[in-house]
Design a protein around this ligand. Structure first.
Ligand SMILES: Cc1cc2nc3c(=O)[nH]c(=O)nc-3n(C[C@H](O)[C@H](O)[C@H](O)COP(=O)(O)OP(=O)(O)OC[C@H]3O[C@@H](n4cnc5c(N)ncnc54)[C@H](O)[C@@H]3O)c2cc1C
Length: 401
């Protein structure tokens, strides 16, 4: 593209899952968008993050033509395993939720699919274009000033959708917002390994030494996590130490073998809950991590981003088609209702499964009581399953033709 566009209907900042899905949903319904992304394409497509898609996220990708590769390569999962006290217990999703399940399909692949669709359809997505300032959101023609290849440009629009993640400029540009935050006293050491998963479904392990999660990205690649202290350093964790500690935390009575292989990626992620309210001011709308962060224990981050933009796309469509601002006016309250539900679920999973740094024996017994209840009560298991596969996605029916 020689000259970048100077005007569009919806200016979208950020080519993460939120921005790309919003652009895709709006383009299908004839609404023009320009996506501005500060990083290059290769960086965005390789950034290792989430990997579990709720049923509603799967449904919206599939119904809008973005799910073809997901349906070929994704792994449908009908349950998870809880391990604690040397035993393992399975939570079966379809029988507890009326047939719903989740899909294991990496965020990197969702992002690649959405970028591919956008470029195939010759729709504007400007990489290495960093939004610097959002202005005019109290009027009806806001603008985004951005820098690309050393030059500054201005993009005029009807609406700005800030899908620019936790460190973007969107949230800072929204006046008068309240923020709510909880920082957990532990982090996750995450590794990607070239080894087939040692399990068919995810294992969430509670262990006195700390939580461990066995997940996967494909039949050949495993994704594994260990709870570590927030000040832990990667250089303290040799590959051998990681595999030993994982085997220790996943151990069950009667034995279980963890396959090992070359580790290709290692990182440490802090655990945090964060919400900003409201998610809209005038013509500026926040979506995804720009407005909220959840600890990854509930696998909700990417799914909340998808839920926000489905709701926002439906509201924008209604406004452009009929002039009715009702959906735009209720966007923030509607989105926040789901956000806080996901915050609570993520908090519950996190506090049930992680060892407290104090090693408080009272806390440990409470956790084991809750785990035992979840493993043996249909009501408790249903609550976990319903939240894990995700509640119905408001706006989905309106935006899918
Ligand atoms: C290290 C890590 C691990 C995670 N693991 C999991 C997990 O296991 N499970 C789970 O469910 N969730 C996980 N998450 C959360 C999940 O990845 C996010 O919730 C999801 O990426 C949110 O999508 P988003 O589009 O809102 O934001 P992002 O994916 O952060 O995308 C925002 C985009 O905006 C761009 N941007 C930022 N500022 C600007 C600017 N000024 N101008 C232009 N572009 C800008 C960024 O480069 C980025 O591409 C993880 C997150 C992190 C950080």
């Amino acid at each position: 593209m020689q000259n970048p566009p100077t005007r569009t209907q919806v200016a979208i900042i950020g080519a993460g899952p939120a921005g790309l899905l919003l652009a895709h949903l709006l383009h299908r319904r004839g609404i023009d968008t320009v996506v501005l992304e500060s990083r290059d394409r290769s960086y965005v497509e390789r950034r290792q993050r989430a990997g579990i898609l709720e049923q509603g996220t799967v449904d919206i990708l599939r119904a809008t033509g973005a799910g073809r590769r997901m349906d070929r390569q994704g792994l449908r999962h009908d349950g998870i395993e809880l391990r604690f006290g040397g035993e393992s217990h399975r939570i079966d999703f379809p029988s507890l939720t009326g047939g719903r399940s989740v899909m294991v399909y990496a965020q990197t692949e969702v992002v690649k699919d959405l970028i591919g669709l956008r470029l195939d359809e010759d729709q504007p997505i400007l990489f290495e274009a960093e939004a610097l300032e959002i202005s005019g959101i109290d009027g009806d023609s806001p603008q985004v000033r951005y820098r690309r290849r050393g030059q500054e440009h201005t993009l005029a629009c009807d609406v700005v959708a800030a899908c620019d993640g936790f460190h973007g400029i969107g949230r800072r540009s929204l006046p008068g917002a309240d923020t709510f935050e909880r920082v957990y006293p532990f982090s996750w050491l995450g590794v990607l390994a070239d080894v087939p998963p040692s399990c068919e479904e995810l294992i969430y392990a509670h262990h006195p030494e700390g939580f461990a999660l066995h997940s996967m990205r494909s039949p050949e690649v495993s994704r594994l996590y260990l709870q570590v202290s927030p000040d832990e350093r990667l250089e303290n964790w040799s590959d051998a130490r990681i595999w030993d500690e994982l085997a220790n935390r996943f151990a069950v009575d009667g034995g279980w073998e963890l396959g090992t292989g070359p580790i290709t990626d290692k990182s440490i992620t802090p655990m945090r809950s964060f919400v900003t309210e409201p998610m809209r001011h005038g013509r500026l709308f926040l979506a995804g991590d720009a407005a909220h962060i959840v600890p990854p224990t509930g696998a909700k981050g990417l799914n909340l981003a998808a839920a926000d933009v489905t709701l926002l796309a439906a509201a924008l469509l209604r406004w452009y088609r009929t002039g009715d601002e009702g959906g735009l006016d209720s966007y923030s309250a509607d989105a926040l209702r789901r956000v806080w539900r996901a915050e609570h679920f993520s908090y519950l999973m996190t506090s049930m499964l992680h060892a407290q740094p104090s090693r408080d024996p009272f806390e440990l017994r409470l956790q084991l009581a809750q785990l035992h209840y979840t493993a043996t009560s249909a009501a408790a298991a249903t609550s976990l399953a319903e939240n894990y596969v995700g509640l119905p996605l408001p706006g989905a029916e309106d935006i899918v033709e």
